[in-house]
Design a protein around this ligand. Structure first.
Ligand code: FES
Length: 107
């Protein structure tokens, strides 16, 4: 069982905001959608570009890859439009001690 990674204080990640955390070599983009936190691997399923370089839409709950324009649903990682078809890996999130935590749970 891997350790949880502290992302930031909840006060530092407000609705509509996103940030990046690292678990070892894994970059994780963490977003606040309407008060709920979600974490995805910061790697587009199309050509591995950093999703965090693109735009998180806090109302649509999507993040758009800046390289070729695929959007992903931040709640489950699924691809919403080509050229990406595969989902992005989703990671668990918890809120504890006033902070947001995540981890790469792929083992
Ligand atoms: S690398 Fe993200 S859409 Fe192509």
């Amino acid at each position: 069982m891997q350790d949880w990674i502290r992302v930031c204080a909840t006060s530092e990640l407000l609705p509509g905001e996103s940030t990046v955390a690292w678990d070892g070599d894994t970059a994780i983009v963490v977003v606040n959608h309407d008060g709920d936190y979600y974490a995805l691997e910061d790697r587009c399923s199309h050509e591995d570009f950093e999703l965090s370089a693109g735009c998180f839409d806090g109302e649509e709950a999507t993040i758009e890859c800046v390289l070729h324009g695929s959007k992903f649903d931040v709640r489950d990682g699924r691809a919403l439009n080509p050229p990406a078809y595969a989902p992005v890996v989703k990671f668990p999130v918890k809120v504890e001690d006033g902070a947001v935590w995540t981890r790469d749970d792929r083992g």
